[in-house]
Design a protein. Sequence first.
Length: 240
Amino acid sequence: MDDDKAKDNWFGDWAAEYDETIGKVERHHNLLDLVVESSYVKDNDNILDIGCGTGLLALKFLQKSNCHITGVDSSQEMLDVFEGKINNFGLNGKIVYKHEDLENMEFGEKQFDIISSTFTLHHIKDKYTMIKKIYKMLKIGGRLIIGEIDLDTTGDIRDPKRLMRIMEYLKIEFSLALEEGGVNAFSRMYDNGKKHILNDGEYCVSFTQWEKICQKANFNTINIKAVPDFEWFKVLVANK
Ligand SMILES: C[S@@+](CC[C@H](N)C(=O)[O-])C[C@H]1O[C@@H](n2cnc3c(N)ncnc32)[C@H](O)[C@@H]1O
C-alpha cells in the first residue's frame, strides 16, 4: 500500500468515530473557538477550510456569521459525515466541499477572505509550498489562520532527545484524551502518538517555525495565541 492510500484509510477509519472521540475533547473545541474568534469573520466572507474533516470548524464559523464556506478534504468518509450535518442543518447554500488532496488543490488567485486550517497542515511535508499556494488564493487583506499543535517533531527519529521532546507533549495528550474522551479517544491518540514519533504521515513543526514559513511566503503581520490553559495548542493569524 502506498503512503497516500494508507493515509486515506487512517482518516477513513476514524471518520465514523471522529466526533465521538476528538469531537468530545474540550481543548479541541477551545482551539476551534479561538480560530473563529481570531478570524474576525463577518457576513458574506468567503472562507476556505483546508482539511475540513467532519465540519466542526465550519459549523462554528456559521454560528458566528452569515459567511460562505468551501471545505477541502481527502477523506470521503469524513466528508460523508460533514454532508450529513450540512443536510440536517439545511446549510446547502452556505457550504460546499471538494474531495481532494491538498497537494492537488487548485483555486483562483485572490478568492478568499479567510483560509483556515485546524490540525491538518501538520500532515503536509512541504509546508512552504503549501503556504505560498494559500497566500496566492487569499484576497489582499485576507487572513490565513492555522490552529495546530506547537510541537517540533523534526530531526533524526533515532535521536533520544527528540523522542523525549515529543513524549513531553504525548504524556499530557494521552492523559487528557483518556479523561475527556474516554478509552476510545485515548486509543486513537495513542496510535497517533506513534505516528508523530516516527513521522509517519505526521510532520509537526513549532509555531516559531510556522511563523518563519509564513514570513518567507510574504505574509505581513503575524500573531500567535495559545489556547487558554493549553499551551501546546496555538493559533496563528497571518495577514496578506
Ligand atoms: C485531524 S483531522 C482535522 C479535521 C478538522 N479540521 C478538525 O479540526 O476537526 C485532519 C483532516 O485532514 C484531512 N487531511 C489530511 N491530509 C490531507 C491531505 N493531504 N489533503 C486533504 N485532506 C487531508 C483528513 O482527511 C482529516 O479530515
